[in-house]
Design a protein around this ligand. Structure first.
Ligand code: ZN
Length: 323
């Protein structure tokens, strides 16, 4: 064989080694937003499904319509980043697509229990939380007849646990974590008259490592933190990021979020999250949206989480379908 033929054979082999294998196992990620096929202001919830079948719900918030929402299916664990109403879930929709994407109808009040606790009880699946949220949720679960030993799992920063074949680790989020009064009983809520809140420890984010190698950083609500570089990239080597881009006055906006993904975590791809805007119309991204600004500023593909549309990712963080 001539030298050039050897070179061609070597190139072909190298190409085979890096080309995506269509048979490789995929992780399915399905957004459960307020309006089918859109990315709406209060959309936070995602369901992750490992190739082993393990299904994990992240921050049910207001857009999962309680435990009987048919989109949930089996749920093996719930991840809660922090206790604000749009994550723990204070209100939900009366029916699928209630209201309009810019202004969803969240007229069903699920306090003081919360959407997360109701789903955990119905599915008999643990809520994985950090900070001091475990003791608050344990008391809540007990008061509703559930077993906190089964339904509440504490995973603070630095610790990890397994759900099926999925590793779940707690990572820091720099935000706040005061429990809204609506989740308390009325005599407990008197505290709030002076502008104080009941604090339930640090808010958090998560890193999930799936059985196909996909390693996902869920930012939760946060600003820019050094741990996004040192821990999320340095230690866990996340290759997919679910990034909060909501901006003023709560969290990273498109510019700060782009810095996080471009310079700190540096994943293969990103899913935008928590946009606090009607980012799409008819499933198409509005060019003037902050989601579009983030997509433009990020150096890697930014996928828009359209409610009900399942995206599939291989172990390297590459979206192989549904994006
Ligand atoms: Zn939030």
């Amino acid at each position: 064989m001539g030298k050039s033929l050897i070179a061609i054979a070597a190139l072909a082999l190298a190409a085979c080694a890096t080309a995506p294998d269509p048979q490789a196992p995929k992780v399915k990620i399905t957004p459960l937003g307020s309006h089918d096929g859109e990315f709406c202001p209060l959309d936070r919830a995602l369901v992750f499904e490992d190739p082993d079948g393990t299904r994990i719900l992240y921050d049910a918030g207001r857009t999962v319509r309680g435990p009987n929402d048919p989109r949930l299916g089996r749920i093996d664990a719930l991840l809660l980043s922090h206790v604000h109403g749009d994550h723990l879930g204070d209100l939900i929709q009366p029916s699928a697509n209630a209201g309009a994407c810019p202004k969803p109808d969240f007229s069903v009040n699920v306090t003081p229990n919360s959407n997360m606790v109701n789903i955990s009880l119905a599915k008999q699946a643990p809520m994985i939380v950090g900070g001091e949220m475990g003791s608050f949720l344990s008391a809540k679960v007990s008061s509703l007849g559930g077993d906190p030993g089964k339904l509440v799992r504490l995973v603070r920063y630095g610790a990890q646990t397994m759900v099926g074949k999925v590793m779940v680790a707690g990572v820091p989020a720099v935000h706040s974590n005061g429990l809204p009064a609506a989740f308390l009983l009325s005599e407990q809520a008197k505290l709030y008259a002076g502008g104080l809140t009941a604090y339930v420890g640090e808010p958090g984010g998560f890193v999930l490592r799936f059985s196909n190698g996909l390693t996902v950083y869920l930012s939760g609500d946060t600003g820019i933190t050094a741990e996004q570089d040192l821990v999320v990239r340095g230690y866990y080597k996340a290759n997919l990021v679910v990034m909060n881009i909501g901006g003023f006055p709560f969290t990273t906006g498109p510019d700060e979020a782009a810095y996080v993904v471009n310079s700190l975590v540096r994943p293969a791809a990103v899913i935008a999250s928590h946009a606090n805007e009607p980012a799409t119309v008819g499933g198409k991204l509005s060019p003037t949206s902050r989601t579009a600004a983030f997509q433009k500023a990020a150096k890697m593909p930014v996928h828009v989480p359209l409610s009900g549309k399942t995206m599939e990712f291989d172990g390297s963080g590459r979206c192989t379908s549904g994006c």
